[in-house]
Design a protein around this ligand. Structure first.
Ligand code: GLN
Ligand code: ZN
Length: 737
């Protein structure tokens, strides 16, 4: 396995990390919990029959953050705080009262988020192998020889930000050489270096640098054998480059990048190399068709001296163990494999490649007929181009302003308000039967009223109901649409201690009835100010679910969009004037290579428009995206044709606004003015500064004022102060101050 879930079967690590942050346990207790979880994984994988078990896959927050620490790349602003190593890492991840956190961004096309290393000309690299060696020794003491996993130096710098980070490769490689030498001296037999950045388009110079890097590291006299792993696509021209270096093993993701097989064949004979064949999908939850996978493995055996079977990527992206799911639909369950089951699949496939395929179980049969919905299919067949377009934006803007009468620089939030302990308790009580559905709904209505009054008091212009009734923005819809199944324990890490439980989309999607109308109309009944209806967009519902593998994703997206279109219609009929359809994951599904991106963007944009274009001109459509490096992606965002788009912008210091002007993005835009991923409360002057920069780049009548993202992970005390400052800053700028 290229990596394994680290949060524990029941999110034990999350609980411990949060308890440490809250001061309920000390560093020693946290360390013991993490060590116990690591030990359980090593023992379990070893016993399952894996010939090679990964280590250094455990992390208190993020493996990229750990890699930065391992090469000494701790920005001075955090070093200066003089904290313990553990608290320094947490300060980098979460910020402190004085220092904003490092930037958080998506890990390739997944819903995992990593902390972006800050690398400048002055970054001093130095090998810090303690964590890696420590874990190796812990496992060894249990009788398990592990293979430490590290991010490769080239990918590390390609993921970093700063003044030409990649220009520092030579210096960084020196630190990696020291790391590898320490591992070699400790007797570590193999190390895994992940270079997934090479499954995306790379320049010839970057590929040459990869080759030079591994040629140099390969020449180190005292090093472990090196396995360079790749995933989320195929290596393209980086494959022959790597094969010409002394690395002993190269890994291919044959699930996301099936073309790797052909490419390998084109490389000709590759004596002495091991090919690690990623045949078991590390990103999705379906059982592997083991016979088909074995057939690919057999072809590989003709090409390489030695073939090893692996997962296609780290199993960080799938839940731990299907055994924990006791109430899943039996038909669904029979088709699933979570991390633990995937270990067994890899072991079985490995044996099959050695001993012949007769021992492999057949794949599950075709999907049950009950999962098909002919009515939905017929409606999709009948769609025409007018179902994905609205009136021209200027005309809509006039109609909307006549109806909404908003001030310049309207203030709003992205949707969710703090999920308090009382809310979580109410959910737990409902699950345990201590609270009946009516009692639960009553509590949620009280919360909505509280959130509305709170926003009125603060003076926000466009209100939200706060989403208290939603456990999660995807799960909530998954539970109400047909075609989705929910798990009980299927947790996956999203960032830091935040975990999500993605639904499993297995059949045709339909909407048995309105999903959000009662909540939105109740919230609107409490106030004269507009309350936004709040939906999750089709691409995000797919990106945050495990999706079916038996039809193109574009087809599934259209089914979901149709259900959302009906919901938009019902919201509008119920008097809701503003509807926000969140697409924070639009970029997550973007294929790594340019050649495939256009096709994806075409269907993704079309699905959003199918969902949102059924409303009148005077109904304002908002969308929210959770990132800021839009760059070339901007035309696609404009093509969504939303009236207002809110985006992440504060961690990246409003850099995005420069692109906006250049791309001629002529719609409403709300660049997030403060970072909600950090507990730090922004100073009012920071918000006014951000707004001044925004006003310089965007006409005032198209600029909105909002935080970076939803507030559900924050506490009310912070939110109150932060939003008060946001409203005051908007007033200050409106007044021309
Ligand atoms: N409306 C959602 C919220 O505020 C959006 C969350 C997101 O962008 N990830 O929670
Ligand atoms: Zn967001």
């Amino acid at each position: 396995m290229l990596g394994y879930p680290r949060i524990g079967p029941d999110r034990e690590l999350k609980q411990a990390v949060e308890a440490y942050w809250a001061g309920r346990i000390d560093a020693g207790q946290l360390e013991r919990t993490a060590a116990g979880l690591r030990a359980d994984v090593w023992r379990d994988l070893h016993r399952a029959g894996l010939t090679a078990v990964p280590s250094n896959t455990s992390s208190y927050y993020d493996q990229v953050l750990d890699a930065a620490v391992a090469v000494g790349a701790i920005p001075d602003r955090f070093r200066r705080l003089g904290l313990s190593p553990l608290d320094t890492s947490f300060a980098m991840a979460r910020g402190t009262a004085e220092e904003p956190a490092m930037e958080l961004t998506k890990w390739f096309n997944t819903n995992y988020h990593y902390l972006v290393p800050e690398i400048g000309p002055d970054t001093v690299f130095a090998a810090e192998p303690e964590k890696i060696l420590g874990e190796y020794a812990e496992a060894l003491a249990l009788g398990v020889t592990t293979r430490p996993v590290l991010i490769g130096p080239a990918t590390f710098l390609l993921l970093a930000k700063g003044d030409n980070p990649f220009g520092r490769l030579g210096d960084l490689v020196t630190a990696y050489a020291d790391l590898l030498t320490s591992l070699g001296d400790a007797g570590v037999p193999w190390v895994q270096l992940d270079e997934p950045a090479y499954c995306a388009d790379r320049t010839q110079a970057e590929i040459d640098a990869l080759r030079a890097t591994y040629t140099y590291l390969g020449g180190l006299p005292r090093r472990p054998r090196m396995f360079v792993a790749s995933y989320f696509g195929d290596l393209g021209d980086a494959l022959p480059a790597l094969l010409r270096t002394p690395v002993e093993a190269v890994g291919l993701d044959l699930v996301a990048g099936p073309g790797g097989l052909r490419r390998l064949a084109a490389c000709g004979p590759i004596p002495g190399k091991t090919i690690v064949a990623g045949l078991v999908d590390g990103r999705n939850v379906w059982r592997t068709d083991l016979r088909a996978a074995a057939a690919i493995g057999a072809q590989l055996k003709g090409l390489a001296d030695d073939v090893v079977v692996s997962s296609s990527c780290s199993l960080l992206h799938v839940p731990a163990d299907l055994a924990a799911e006791t109430s899943l639909d039996a038909q669904v369950r029979a088709r699933l494999a979570f991390a633990r089951q995937k270990v067994d699949e890899v072991v079985l496939l490995g044996r099959a490649l050695r001993d012949g395929v007769a021992t492999l179980p057949a794949r599950p049969g075709p999907a049950p007929a009950a999962w098909r919905d002919d009515a939905v299919r017929a409606r999709l067949e009948a769609l025409r181009p007018e179902h994905t377009s609205r009136g021209p934006y200027p005309q809509r803007a006039v109609a909307q302003q006549a109806r909404l009468r908003l001030p310049e620089l309207p203030t709003t939030t992205v949707g969710s308000f703090p999920q308090t302990d009382q809310l979580r308790q109410a959910r737990a009580d409902r699950r345990a039967g201590r609270l009946d559905p009516a009692g639960y709904a009553e509590r949620m209505r009280a919360e909505v009223e509280h959130v509305i009054r709170f926003q009125e008091r603060l003076g926000l212009d466009v209100l939200v109901h706060g989403e208290p009734e939603r456990n999660d923005m995807v799960q909530y819809f998954g539970e109400q649409l047909t075609g989705f199944a929910a798990t009980e324990h299927g947790w996956v890490q999203s960032y830091g201690s935040r975990c999500v439980r993605p639904p499993i989309l297995h059949g045709d999607v339909a909407r048995p009835g309105p999903m959000t109308v009662a909540w939105s109309t109740y919230a609107q009944s409490l106030t004269d100010r507009p309350v936004k209806g709040m939906l999750t967009g089709p691409v995000t519902l797919l990106a945050r679910s495990f999706v079916r593998a038996d039809q193109p994703l574009a087809d599934t997206a259209r089914q979901v969009a149709l259900a959302l279109r009906d919901e938009c219609h019902d919201l509008e009929m119920a008097g809701i004037r503003v509807i926000q359809v969140d697409e924070p994951a639009l970029r997550e599904l973007l294929p790594p290579r340019k050649t495939e991106q256009r096709v994806y963007l075409t269907w993704a944009v079309e699905a959003f428009r199918l969902a949102t274009s059924g409303v009148a001109d005077a109904t304002q459509i908002h969308t929210h995206l959770c990132y800021s490096e839009l760059g070339e992606f901007l035309p696609a965002i404009a093509a969504l044709d939303a009236d207002v788009t809110s985006i992440e912008a504060s961690r990246s210091k409003m850099e995005i606004l420069d692109d906006l002007g250049a791309a001629g993005f002529a719609r409403g835009i709300g660049p997030g003015v403060y970072d909600i991923h950090s507990p730090r409360i922004p100073r009012q002057a920071e918000i006014t500064d951000a707004l001044r920069r925004a006003v310089a780049a965007v006409p005032a009548d198209r600029l909105w004022v909002n935080p970076d993202c939803g507030l559900k992970t924050r506490g009310y005390a912070e939110v109150e102060q932060s939003l008060a400052r946001l409203v005051a800053a908007a007033a200050q700028i409106r007044a021309g101050a």
